[in-house]
Design a protein around this ligand. Structure first.
Ligand code: DC
Length: 219
């Protein structure tokens, strides 16, 4: 039997940072499902496919695989490792668009469920607790205010020397939340049995400790 922890929440809430640390502490595998949508988005951008019908057709030619190198998830797009190419704002926005397409979600659902079946996983995304792993042992809904999420992103980008505008970042975050929460299939929402964690005024370690305590209490 394997343990599954689901973490859902809006863009920039810190899901991947937190999930990676929890995974390390518990000896679980971290599965970043957003990276799978991002890989498909990259394919659509490279092939200039924007219409939903075109995306639904083209996804038949796309093969996404997940492998682990030194414990870090790598995403293979048609057997090419694209992990280093999918972290841009452009790919993130496109990922939110391709994620509306039913054929895309169906393809990734099987891959996500297969990973959780055999391994102890902590999996993050938008529909993990509500749809992908409805029987997860622990479900977390991790959020923070849009202003705080924008501040964190602004800091991250300026530290990398990327010129950016805080107001534009916050607008993009609000637009992405709206798109992810209002799509017809598997929209982002808090599962009824999820523990709500608002990280606006919490440090990374505080959130990690809260999740591990919640897991130990339940399992
Ligand atoms: O978490 P992220 O920013 O890497 O995700 C990119 C987009 O992928 C996100 O805006 C919506 C989509 N996504 C999804 O619809 N379902 C998931 N389980 C994970 C991501």
């Amino acid at each position: 039997m394997s343990y599954n922890i689901a973490i859902d929440g809006p863009a920039g809430a810190g899901k991947s940072t937190i999930a990676r640390r929890v995974a390390k502490k518990l000896g679980f595998i971290y599965v970043d499902t957003g990276a799978m949508y991002r890989a498909i988005a990259l394919y659509m951008l490279e092939n200039k496919l924007e219409e939903e019908a075109m995306i639904a057709k083209a996804v038949e030619d796309v093969n996404v695989k997940i492998v682990y190198e030194d414990g870090e998830q790598q995403v293979l797009l048609n057997d090419k490792n694209v992990s280093g190419l999918i972290r841009t704002e452009e790919v993130g926005k496109m990922a939110s668009c391709v994620a509306k397409v039913g054929a895309v979600r169906e393809q990734l659902l099987d891959l996500q469920r297969a990973l959780a079946k055999t391994e102890n996983v902590i999996m993050d995304g938008r529909d993990i607790g509500t749809h992908v792993l409805p029987n997860a042992d622990l479900k977390i809904y991790l959020t923070a205010s849009s202003r705080e999420r924008a501040n964190r992103r602004y800091k991250e980008l300026t530290e990398k020397g990327v010129a950016c505008d805080l107001a534009v970042i916050e607008q993009d975050i609000i637009a992405r939340d709206h798109q992810d929460m209002n799509r017809a299939i598997a929209p982002l929402k808090q599962a009824e049995d999820a523990v709500l964690v608002d990280s606006s005024d919490m440090s990374i370690e505080e959130v990690v400790d809260a999740i591990i305590a919640a897991f130990k209490e339940k399992c």
